[in-house]
Design a protein around this ligand. Sequence first.
Ligand code: TTP
Ligand code: MG
Length: 347
Amino acid sequence: MDMDHFFSAVEEREHPELKGKPVIVGAAPLGGKGRGVASTSNYEARKFGVRSGMPISRAWKLCPQGVYLPVNYELYARVSNEIMDILRKYADKFEQWGIDEAFLDVSSRVRDYAEAEALAREIKKKIYENEGLTCSIGVSSNKLVAKIASEAQKPDGLTIVREEAVEKFLAPLPVRKLLGVGRKTGQILEEMGIKTIEDLAHFDPAVLAESFGVMGTQLYLMAHGIDRSEVEERSEVKSIGRDVTFLEDTDDFGYVLNVLDGLSEEVSRNVLDQRLYFKTVTVRVRYENFETHTHGKTLPFMTDRLQDLKKAAGELMQSYLKPGRKIRLVGVRVSSLVSGFKQKKLL
Ligand code: TTP
Ligand code: MG
């Protein structure tokens, strides 16, 4: 489940007079001179080319007639919590993913895809009735495909991808739809003549492994819609974390550390987005036999810096990198969080 244009949708709900107008939530535009970025925008503004993460000065050039609003994190976090409470009740296992997305494992609640579709409709209806907001849902047999399906028919979408239809569904999509394919990997793949997921699925996996190491094999498996990561409950509430299950267990520790750095970057973006500071860093590792360890440390200072996070996570991970012990999953988490806003108000 992924909420539609979340921040701006909440603003529209709070200010009905905005309906139908292009709305951009982010840094102040200051008549085109503003610094900072657009956090998101509604679909009317997207018609002008405005995108999340774009410099606000550029958004202003594309859409000077838009309504520009500052980011009200406290409000969106409150709405997000209400939505997550609704969703949790529908799932055997539940995993929040960022502020406006969640994975629901409903294996024991439905017998087939028809029942899964009915359940998804019920969830969309419930969120709309309780919150006045629309969301998009993807239904499939694993997290990778469900997430891509949730984006396929936004806004207010519902996309069902049955197991036998997975490869056909993925085939025409650009490779960057796959988790972990950023701009850099996307560019290298394009130079190899790989644009769509179908191109990737038909590529020689040996050549991919040669060019990308373990990640090449991951890419190949993902292109075939294979993902074996589990929907995982997050018990800690006051923390932000990310983890990844490798498609093949690995003892390529350089690769593991690279992935860990990537996860730290994602966590850091989340921390900065929410104007938070953290003091505790925890890493998690699961070996091929499912033995799972977590190891944390508390820094002597509050920080929001990516380099502090990467350094602590890398150090904590060292003791788990043992020759001959293949790793299935790694994760990083920050906790002991405080809000930069609140601290300022208190002073
Ligand atoms: P997304 O779900 O990526 O985007 P969205 O909900 O605005 O739009 P869509 O309908 O395509 O799902 O992100 C959720 C919220 O996170 C978004 O409303 C604002 C915030 N966000 C940022 O602050 N910066 C970013 O770069 C992105 C991508 C999102
Ligand atoms: Mg969204």
